[in-house]
Design a protein around this ligand. Sequence first.
Ligand code: E4P
Length: 218
Amino acid sequence: MDFYLDSADYQKITEYVEAYHIKGVTSNPTIIVKDKADILKLVEVVPKDKELFMQVISDEVEGIMAETKKLMSLGKNIIVKIPASPNGLKAIKKLKEEGIKTLATGIYSVEQALMAANCGAAYVAPYVNRICDLEMDGVKAALEIQKTFKEQQIDCKVLAASFKNLMQVKELLINGIDAVTISADLMEKLIYNKNTEYAVKDFVSAWKEYTGKDTLGL
Ligand code: E4P
């Protein structure tokens, strides 16, 4: 399984991506605005050996294709996210015919994921929490997509996105999802558990009392 950081926060990217074996960074226009980031600076900050997913704004086929090529010209590690709208799917198909790998974003159902994969998307991004916001089961929807792709040997990865809590992430991870992209806040919760810190404090204080040292002293 692969972990991605869903962020355009330069500091968090630098802090997490190299240190924790994170496969890359995902962004969308809202994330870039929220983190007050700049596309060129984002490209510079993400290490070249890590994938960087960036999204188009245009919803016209020609516009999507032009923006995709422009984004891709910024770096070899860039993969373009295209919303799975009617024109988005047309663009995904044309780009695939040109040998360009894309991610179909904004996926809300297995049938939509299948259509995107059929048009040639290399990745689909089901929006787990946004599906839950519609009073449906976002985790189940993402797992259904994963199961269908696996059973039918469809060459398209599931990069689940839009999480509100770690329970949603956990359910996908233990059930074999290809990849998840999570916000810096959730990533922090995944990395840091205060109970681990308490346990470590107990070990160190016992050791210090016994040896007078706060290292193994070997
Ligand atoms: C991935 O990059 C998606 O665009 C993102 O996870 C969507 O998250 P949101 O539903 O919190 O906006």
